[in-house]
Design a protein around this ligand. Structure first.
Ligand code: MN
Length: 408
């Protein structure tokens, strides 16, 4: 079978900005270019938020249905820990789409995440710690999927699930920060992944890469649009196709993309930056390019606004100013790439930690609060064990003792 492997569409990213259309345009092109595939795999972060609005949902469905309307001859024959009688016939009438949810769509237990919602509506087959087997012309392909879980729990979730390859070609798909490929506070050691599968696929990491795990190909899907702007984000976006019989792996690059530039300047003056931006504008640009400007050292206060007013209509510019550690970091909301909801989540986590409450439970509590389920949230909070001595209190005690000694 020929399998198209795509991920991290982030539908809804950039809503209300000039980049609003980017995820839809990228996915439209990708689905068009994947038209000869027998099966489509989505590695999570289909949506940018856990509660996409009606506009975003409608546009996502409009694009996904294009694959469902394409005949493929691929049949769903078996569920592996999944009741396939609940999968809609609509999802299986053309080229089937199998998806897991990512970090951006994760919701607390009992609440429907948007990828699951798409399964219910008949647009795809959703996996989380289960699998499905497809068949075409006598060839069987099994997809085993683990949706995104907080990285610190990934190992125990995997252990509980304990997936095993079955007859046919076996694909293992997940959405985690894997140590070798991404820096994050908690990462997953690649070696805890189960062995014996024929192909490993991981979403989440926005820079595509082909690697190996226990002698088998491991594909980092990469995203279809750049979200956080890093040096690696300057590489063109695209997706993978994989041929199960020949193991042929191909990278399909998208054509109609916004170029991304990442420039660092040390003690810059306006002219130096202007010269660089003009060079960018001389290159062929189908869409307004994204330029990330990193400023180091001495920077005139008015510099960024001067550049904005000169080039703001020709490029999408994003400044990052590196400040010495002694200064207070001036990170903006935009730089954190946090929505208001994410900020709320962050504040609640910080407050829980300060109160000596177990922050591991914070996600559930926040979700319940967002849903207006205040009673349940209170109940969970009161059930949480309080740590014996929060670190902060210990420090304060020491300081008091010191002060007392001096006073004496
Ligand atoms: Mn992502």
């Amino acid at each position: 079978m020929k399998i198209a492997i795509l991920s991290d569409f982030h539908f809804g990213f950039g809503t209300g900005t000039e980049r609003e259309e980017d995820p839809y345009e990228a996915v439209r092109e990708a689905i068009e270019k994947a038209k000869d595939s027998d099966l489509i795999l989505l590695g999570g972060d289909v949506f940018d938020t856990r509660n996409p609005n009606a506009e975003v949902l409608a546009r996502a469905m409009e694009l996904l249905v294009k694959a469902l309307l394409r005949k493929s001859g691929t049949r769903l024959v078996k569920g592996l820990g999944k009741d396939i009688s609940k999968v809609s016939e609509i999802a299986l009438m053309g080229t089937p789409i199998v998806a897991i949810h990512g970090t951006h769509e994760r919701r607390t237990k009992g609440l429907l995440n948007p990828v699951e919602a798409l399964e219910k509506a008949g647009f795809l087959v959703y996996l989380h710690c289960n699998g499905v087997v497809f068949e075409k012309n006598g060839e069987k392909v099994a997809v085993h999927g683990m949706s995104g879980v907080p990285d610190q729990y990934a190992e125990s979730v995997l252990k509980n699930w304990n997936p095993k390859p079955v007859e046919g070609f076996n694909i293992f798909i997940l959405h985690q920060s894997i140590t070798e490929f991404l820096y994050a506070p908690h990462t997953l050691d690649l070696n805890i992944l189960p062995k014996g599968f024929d192909l490993y696929v991981n979403g989440h990491i926005h820079e595509p890469r082909k690697a190996e795990y226990s002698g088998k190909p491991l594909l980092m899907t990469g995203s279809l649009i750049p979200t956080q702007l890093k040096e690696e984000s300057t590489k063109p976006k695209g997706f993978w196709t994989f041929e199960t019989k020949t193991l042929e792996t191909r990278w399909i690059q998208l054509g109609n993309q916004r170029k991304v530039y990442y420039k660092t300047f040390e003690n810059p003056d306006l002219e130096t930056i202007e010269r660089e931006i003009k060079k960018i504008l001389e290159e062929e640009q189908r869409k307004k390019p994204i330029v990330r400007v990193n400023l180091k050292g001495k920077v005139k206060d008015t510099l960024t606004s001067e550049i904005e007013s000169k080039f703001g209509d020709k490029i999408l510019i994003s400044f990052k100013r590196e400040v010495p550690k002694s200064e207070i970091p001036t990170r903006t909301l935009e730089e954190h790439k946090l929505s208001v909801e994410e900020m709320g989540r962050k504040f609640l986590l910080e407050n829980l930690e300060k109160s000596g409450l177990d922050p591991k439970t914070f996600e559930n509590v926040f979700e319940l609060l967002v849903e207006g389920k205040n009673e349940e949230a209170t109940e969970r909070l009161t059930r949480m064990p309080v740590k014996k001595k929060p670190k902060r209190e210990v420090k304060e005690t020491k300081q008091t003792v010191l002060f007392g000694e001096k006073a004496n």
